[in-house]
Design a protein around this ligand. Structure first.
Ligand SMILES: Cc1cc2nc3c(=O)[nH]c(=O)nc-3n(C[C@H](O)[C@H](O)[C@H](O)COP(=O)(O)O)c2cc1C
Length: 160
């Protein structure tokens, strides 16, 4: 069994959570990166209307993995645009997929879960579980907080 974490992070929170998940669940770690930097307003607006963003090529062979964790920040109540591009391009056939979200809001991001899950399922993936971490736009989440949240989640998953 081989695990992968693939994530997008603009300011670092999702990266910190992704790193903790990759340590706890022994995953390879891949970062989605933008080709051109985008500002706050552009990011929010393009996410709101469901756009994709231009991202760097990712050298991931889906055949290598059984379990794939995907990590995404919420932008304007939606998935961040770089994640939209990844979801559009990746073949999830027969993969177990675990979605993790970071956002400032304390409410469960049901719409974002549903939207990402649908796109994963459309690409053949089996969405197993989802979780989110509330962050704070003024300062980054601590590794300790991310580690505790991720540990609780991963333990619950009983990965096979
Ligand atoms: C453009 C933009 C839009 C955002 N919109 C939302 C939002 O609608 N709801 C929310 O809870 N948080 C929102 N946030 C906060 C981020 O989801 C949160 O800070 C997240 O942890 C950022 O992840 P990152 O540090 O990995 O980039 C927004 C942040 C940015 C940059």
């Amino acid at each position: 069994m081989k695990n992968l974490v693939v994530y997008y992070s603009k300011s670092g929170n999702t990266k910190i959570v992704a790193e903790e998940i990759s340590k706890i669940a022994e995953c390879d770690l891949e970062k989605i990166e933008l080709l051109d930097d985008i500002g706050f307003v552009h990011s929010a607006f393009t996410s709101l209307i469901g756009c994709k963003a231009r991202i760097k090529h990712l050298n991931i062979d889906p055949k290598e993995y059984d379990n794939i964790f995907i990590g995404c920040p919420v932008w304007a109540g939606k998935s961040a645009t770089p994640m939209n591009t990844f979801l559009n391009n990746f073949d999830f056939t027969n993969k177990n997929v675990f979605i993790f979200i970071t956002q400032a809001d304390s409410k469960t991001p049901v719409k974002v879960y549903e939207s990402i899950s649908k796109r994963v399922a459309d690409k053949g993936g089996n969405v197993v579980d989802m979780f989110f971490v509330q962050t704070n736009m003024k300062s980054l989440i601590s590794s300790q907080q991310a580690m505790e949240a991720a540990t609780e989640w991963i333990n619950k998953l009983r990965l096979k």
